[in-house]
Write a protein that binds this ligand. Structure first.
Ligand SMILES: Nc1ncnc2c1ncn2[C@@H]1O[C@H](COP(=O)(O)OP(=O)(O)OP(=O)(O)O)[C@@H](O)[C@H]1O
Ligand SMILES: [Mg+2]
Length: 188
């Protein structure tokens, strides 16, 4: 049988051997260690098609997960903010539930005011029609309380967003005020 080819053409798949990435990964790790305000806490991986941007996002997610951080991964596309709200709420609930004594978990549900993804509340048409501004408020709230909960455990949050190059600008622009706000609070 032929030897296994270490280079798979599968887009985004973590290669069996990650070559030439130890320096940027070490830099990223330094910024994680240094705390809020460190330069690579807001990082953009750029490069030609297939150069390994998606793989780097997976690598940094695994790096932070190893130290107990939460990593939320998404791709720039319409509805990004709503999906991030849902993911942050789900992570928050998971953290809170792991802290509660067993046997009391089934009664937990979130108020519908959170919009998407709360405590098994299915999305109504009104939720889906949420304005961008309302979603931004939801995101700020969802990230804020998740960060508070993580901080209490000495952990943090990594958000990775793939495919921001083409039509992702608009989706990113919706995120900018939230990150600005978090940065002002010294959380980024
Ligand atoms: N450092 C690396 N060493 C070896 N193989 C790698 C490395 N980085 C990426 N690859 C491999 O190259 C291929 C393309 O990687 P990836 O999908 O991450 O690129 P990309 O920059 O996200 O591409 P695109 O611009 O199309 O989204 C994958 O098969 C991946 O396993
Ligand atoms: Mg990619």
């Amino acid at each position: 049988m032929a030897a296994r080819n270490p280079f798979k053409p599968t887009a985004g798949a973590t290669p069996p051997l990650l070559t030439g990435r130890s320096a940027p990964l070490a830099e990223f790790e330094d910024s994680i260690n240094d705390g809020p305000g460190a330069p690579l806490r807001l990082t953009l991986f750029t490069g030609a098609r297939g150069v390994g941007k998606t793989v780097m996002l997976t690598e940094v997610s695994e790096l932070v997960a190893e130290r107990g951080w939460v990593a939320i991964a998404d791709t720039a596309s319409p509805g990004l903010v709503g999906r991030l709200v849902g993911a942050a709420n789900a992570e928050f609930e998971g953290l809170e539930q792991s802290r509660r004594p067993r046997g009391r978990l089934s009664a937990v549900t979130l108020p519908q005011v959170l919009g998407t993804g709360g405590g098994g509340v299915s999305r109504s048409a009104a939720d889906q029609a949420n304005s961008g501004a309302a979603q931004a408020v939801n995101l700020r709230f969802a990230f804020g309380r998740l960060l508070d909960s993580l901080e209490a455990r000495g952990a943090g949050l990594l958000v990775t967003i793939d495919e921001v190059h083409a039509r992702g600008r608009r989706d990113l622009r919706e995120l900018a005020p939230t990150f600005q706000h978090l940065a002002r609070e010294g959380a980024v």
